[in-house]
Design a protein around this ligand. Structure first.
Ligand code: PLP
Ligand code: ZN
Length: 580
């Protein structure tokens, strides 16, 4: 298959079900053009689709003859159509509805948040639940549109580079369309995701390198093999597909708030961002609806990146319209590991400038914490990329950027797969595995993550003996936020010894000053018991120690940490560090 597959649109467009007609228009033939977002050159969709012929830009936007759509008639039709994204087919880049490849994507619920919203002080927080997509991420929208278009073009094999979800979706839809998929993954991709793509019959190629390097390699491969590389069409399909999110949100909010024909744009659309096609598409969707007169304002965009790979946020904070690529992303969240956003950032920057919004980053730890908070509050379990989204939401609310009365829609873009449901157990172990592969690109190597990497992986079960309940809980929370720690608490020396005997911890963290059986007594008892004598002990104390006490402890404990008036994050970091 040639790279620039010659493509002629069907002469007679199927209109057996009215789907390909432009409603209320004179002509039956839908006319689609592609516009370069850089130089604005327009090409018909029946020509070269690999990129802009004038400047080579990869991001192209579909343009329709929107003025030929009779909006009233269209709304009438919409009511009778099934809840997939193809109900908006008049504004999707396909000529013949016979070519639609569908698994029922789109039409996902807009769930109102109660508990989390209340905790955040938000009155109108909605979760756009894209987890309920056929392969559990919003990439199914993109795959359905892309594979349908490729089928219409007669393409029979495709190369994609993916951090997981795109390849899984393309593989599933490709299987239905009989289109062979060659999927290139960076090594950071969880292997379960690669395996799922393989299950659908994709050929899986794992690349030792970053996502950006993987994209480059996939491009070279496609060129050499003459296999169609989904690049130009990828951006067209992605933007057009993702904009259906906007249509669904506005339509549903309209029903919820007005109970009438009117549609409603939220004040905020929030998403975890990697390549940026989601929010770019959503922005285009709202723009089209605005032009149709269906909504009367454009939403602000809340764009959240993982702080280990946040080129957009960094550029935004420097008030720059061009992002500096991140060469070595240091996030374990592969889904958000686009180091070089290219022109996508400029589009989003311009959008935020014109209609409002904000860029913010969140760390992997904050993301995992947010996943637990969301799950416990609202019963919604999301993948790490969405944890980043919510961690960013929390920050924007705390900073007063998002107001209590704002109507906020968060894209819950993907479900946690089985491998990732063990947010506490497997994610950190997975990063250890990867870092041991000698030729793998550098993973996080600084601070706490590095310390955890180097730490004895057996050090997992922790007994904390601390009479101050808040301090004990804080240690527990801080440790658990850092990975696979099983942390059990006791609030006096006697319970502490019972706990140690029962759980046989890998390490004991104890206070000294406790009523009745104090820390000194606990340590003495442990040292006197051969079964417990070798367990490492960390003492965390606010007590001013005498010289004698100090000397005694020196022989018995592995680490002595002096706390101030309270235990804080720094202290725990210190603690973890000491076990390198
Ligand atoms: C791809 C993906 C993102 C990032 O989407 P972009 O709009 O391309 O930046 C976020 N979440 C999930 C689950 C994804 O699969
Ligand atoms: Zn161009």
């Amino acid at each position: 298959m040639a790279m620039n597959h010659p493509y002629t649109p069907p002469l007679v467009v199927g209109n057996h079900n009215g789907g390909s007609r432009i409603l209320g228009a004179e002509t039956d033939l839908k006319h689609i053009e592609l516009e370069c977002i850089n130089c604005r050159t327009r090409i018909p969709m029946d020509k070269n689709i690999a990129g802009c012929p004038a400047c080579g830009e990869n991001i192209l936007e579909a343009r329709y003859e929107l003025n030929k759509i009779n909006v009233g008639e269209w709304l009438e039709q919409l009511r009778r159509r099934p809840q997939t994204l193809w109900r908006y087919r008049e504004v999707l880049p396909l000529y013949d509805t016979d070519n639609i490849v569908t698994l029922g994507e789109g039409g996902t619920p807009l769930i109102k948040s109660h508990a989390l919203a209340a905790n955040l002080g938000l009155k109108n927080l909605y979760l756009k639940d894209e987890r309920q997509s056929p392969t559990a991420s919003f990439k199914d929208r993109q795959a359905s549109v892309a594979i349908s278009v490729l089928r219409e073009m007669g393409v029979d094999s495709v190369v994609v580079a993916s951090t997981g979800n795109v390849a899984i979706s393309y593989a599933a839809y490709g299987a239905r369309a009989g289109i062979k998929l060659l999927a290139f993954f960076p090594s950071l991709t969880p292997s379960d995701k690669m395996r799922e793509a393989a299950l659908y019959g994709a050929e899986v190629i794992k690349v030792t390198g970053t996502y950006d390097q993987t994209k480059e390699l996939a491009g070279k491969f496609a060129k050499r093999q003459g296999v169609f590389l989904d690049r130009g069409i990828k951006s067209v399909a992605a933007i057009e597909a993702m904009k259906t999110l906007a249509y669904e949100i506005a339509e549903e909010l309209g029903y919820l708030f007005f109970d009438s024909e009117r549609w409603l744009s939220p004040d905020w659309f929030i998403q975890g961002v990697s390549g940026g096609m989601g929010p770019i598409g959503v922005g285009k969707g709202f723009r089209e609806m605005y032009d149709f007169g269906l909504i009367d304002k454009m939403p602000a965009l809340g764009l959240v990146q993982s702080s280990g790979c946040a080129p957009m946020v960094e550029a935004f904070n420097r008030h720059q319209r061009i992002a500096t690529p991140i060469e070595d992303p240091t996030t374990v969240i592969a889904t958000l590991a686009t180091g070089n956003p290219g022109r996508a950032y400029e589009l989003l920057y311009d959008y935020v400038h014109e209609y409002g919004g904000h860029f913010v980053s969140a760390s992997d730890e904050e993301a995992f914490q947010a996943i637990r908070i969301l799950a416990r509050n609202d019963g919604v379990s999301v993948e790490p990329a969405v944890g980043v989204t919510f961690a960013g939401l929390f920050k924007m609310v705390q900073q007063g950027i998002i107001k209590p009365d704002d109507v906020v829609v968060v894209n819950c873009s993907g479900h946690s797969l089985p491998v990732e449901t063990h947010i506490l157990d497997s994610v950190w172990q997975r990063s250890l595995d990867l870092s041991q592969r000698s030729s793998t690109p550098e993973l996080p190597k600084e601070g706490l993550l590095a310390a955890l990497d180097r730490m004895d992986t057996q050090l997992r079960r922790v007994a904390v003996i601390e009479d101050n309940v808040d301090s004990a809980r804080l240690i527990q929370r801080l440790l658990q936020a850092r990975g696979a720690y099983d942390v059990q608490l006791a609030h006096n020396g006697e319970d502490g010894l019972r706990l140690i005997r029962a759980m046989e911890p890998d390490i004991v963290i104890t206070d000294l000053m406790m009523p009745d059986v104090d820390g000194f007594a606990v340590i003495d008892a442990m040292k006197a018991d051969p079964a417990l004598a070798t367990i490492p002990i960390v003492v965390v104390t606010a007590k001013e120690l005498t010289a004698r006490e100090r000397a005694q402890l020196k022989d018995q404990v592995d680490l002595l940490l002096q706390k101030g008036s309270s235990i804080d994050e720094e202290l725990v970091e210190n603690l973890v560090h000491k076990f390198e």
